[in-house]
Design a protein around this ligand. Structure first.
Ligand SMILES: Cc1ncc(CO)c(N)n1
Length: 224
């Protein structure tokens, strides 16, 4: 199992059912064995590019909601990793499939996509860094777990570029950094025993809702 920090492990266990639906979705299993139709993958990737625009904005909000230099450093590194690295994967794969960057940028946003990213942004606007991180971590860590598992279990080379991006040391390092950020931010704001605080259940609920919205996102991917 992944080691992305204490808070993440507790929240994932509290959202076990949806977490499994998310990380073992039919879409994911289709990338593993190569049976996922190319049209569904490209449709997903275009939506995911739009997702990453708003997801980067949410991480930029984490800079705004930071209280220490160390928190700012992790948040700003994540913004950079998203904009400068992860989005490049989408641009590259789409270009190779004949979809120009201009066309990609103009992709009409699906409702499932809009619901998810605006839920995350709203958690951050109306709350503090903890509320925001509870909504952000399922996205970051889920893909980290999926990437690691598929790198060892994939029986097809079709989606290897995608798998390698999320299994890479860079991406895995980002998951660990975000896990440390979350643990430290919780300890700073509510103390060492953060899971016993009255805020904990609500944070777990935000994590669970974001996880369910990830399930809906894969489902959208299957319906171009
Ligand atoms: C929907 C979604 N969740 C998480 C990630 C990982 O950054 C992504 N690219 N897309």
């Amino acid at each position: 199992m992944s080691n992305y920090g204490k808070a993440f492990a507790l929240m994932r266990d509290a959202a076990q059912g949806p977490w499994r639906d998310y990380t073992r979705h039919t879409f994911v299993e289709g990338m593993k064995d190569g049976t996922l139709p190319r049209a569904a993958f490209l449709h997903y990737l275009r939506q995911d590019y739009v997702f990453l625009i708003h997801f980067s904005r949410a991480w930029a909000l984490a800079v705004v909601k930071s209280e220490t230099h160390s928190e700012m450093l992790t948040a700003v590194a994540t913004v950079n990793a998203l904009v400068a690295e992860e989005m490049q994967l989408h641009i590259g794969i789409c270009e190779a499939a004949g979809i120009s960057h201009e066309e990609l940028f103009a992709t009409p946003e699906r409702a499932e996509n809009l619901a998810y990213t605006r839920f995350v942004l709203e958690a951050g606007y109306s709350g503090d860094l903890l509320d925001l991180l509870a909504a952000l971590t399922p996205c970051v860590m889920g893909y980290g777990e999926i990437g690691t598992r598929l790198a060892s279990e994939a029986t097809s080379e079709v989606y290897r570029d995608w798998i390698n991006t999320y299994a890479s040391d860079d991406y895995q390092g980002a998951c660990k950094a975000v896990g440390e950020l979350f643990d430290q931010a919780l300890t700073r704001r509510i103390g060492e025993d953060f899971a016993a605080s009255p805020r904990w259940d609500r944070l777990c609920q935000t994590f669970r809702t974001a996880t369910e919205l990830e399930v809906n996102f894969w489902q959208m991917g299957l319906t171009p």
